[in-house]
Design a protein around this ligand. Structure first.
Ligand SMILES: [Zn+2]
Length: 302
């Protein structure tokens, strides 16, 4: 099949099928933030955060930057290059790079952010964790235009996306002690200064594992109710974690927010490439290796 050059609009159409904007939280800011839908795209860069460094990388050869976190979440009155947001917008526009964000809509999508985290850790029999989804989130995906029945046996067509809420739960192939499990998590994710830390005892056994990419500490109760031995998430706060382990016999495994969402980038890049192929379009998608975790130095206390 001959392929034609994709446009920003073609990429947006595929991404919105994988991550319907209707599934985003009301406070979120997803979608196309910078760029012309008619502009041609050869190369797409995926990153967690639209930082100035990431924008510079994108300007070096991509025509579309796809990020998980929005550039602007609150009202913005200007994009002067006196602040990082304005510098990002200016760098992207000068280089002809569009910016697209899939955030909380990618969190609840299956496959989505937490599915990628579960797969990176090596979990099996992965299913939804949050059974009490916001009804707005649990709308029929067909109405949001996210599902399509692929022709049987066509491996080039990505499986349809469904909305499964925040977090996933799955199982390890074999139970293992918490310290070995933490080492598994550390190997599965890109290196960060803070590494992996956990509540609980080093020798307590882990079999059922709940995960939530990003800040998922509030899911500790749901994770325990679903029979999880641990919850892997990020941004653990002192009082929340103390309350969570006091109320529920569950260990919290805390990783860097950026690292917990990074595995999604490759998954989303593959879905974009596959979705465009079915439309006779082709792009080269890659994942940024820039570490946007802001914590850079970690000295263990004695
Ligand atoms: Zn996040």
């Amino acid at each position: 099949m001959s392929t034609r050059l994709a446009t920003v609009g073609d990429c947006v159409a595929v991404l919105e099928r994988a991550y319907p904007p209707a599934w985003a939280q009301p406070w979120d800011a997803v979608g196309l933030a910078v760029g012309d839908p008619e502009a041609p795209v050869c190369a797409v860069l995926f990153a967690v955060d639209p930082t100035v460094e990431v924008a510079v990388e994108a300007a070096g050869g991509a025509q579309l930057l796809v990020t998980h976190h929005p550039l602007f979440l609150r009202g913005t009155h200007g994009v002067a290059e006196t602040g990082p947001g304005g510098r990002v917008v200016a760098s992207l526009i000068r280089a002809g790079v569009a910016l697209y964000t899939a955030h909380t809509n990618a969190d609840v999508a299956d496959p989505g952010v937490s599915d990628a985290l579960a797969a990176a850790i090596g979990l099996r029999r992965v299913g939804p964790l949050d059974q009490d989804q916001d009804p707005a989130q649990a709308q029929d995906p067909a109405q949001a235009g996210s599902t399509a029945t692929p022709p049987a046996g066509d491996a080039a067509v990505p499986a349809p996306t469904v909305c499964r809420g925040l977090g996933r739960i799955g199982e390890l192939p074999e139970p293992e002690p918490l310290d070995r499990f933490c080492a598994r998590v550390a190997r599965a994710l890109p290196a960060t200064a803070g590494g992996v830390r956990a509540t609980g005892a080093a020798d307590q056994l882990v079999r059922r594992v709940a995960v939530c990419g990003g800040s998922g500490g509030e899911l500790a109760g749901a994770a325990r109710a679903a029979g999880a031995d641990v919850l892997v998430t990020a941004d653990g706060r002192h009082h929340h974690v103390l309350d969570a382990v006091g109320e529920h016999p569950i260990a919290i495994v805390d990783v860097a927010h950026w690292a917990s969402e990074w595995p999604w980038l490759a998954q989303a890049a593959a879905r974009l490439e596959a979705g465009l192929r079915t439309r006779g379009r082709t792009v080269s998608a890659s994942v940024s290796a820039i570490v946007t975790d802001p914590w850079r130095l970690h000295v263990p206390s004695r």
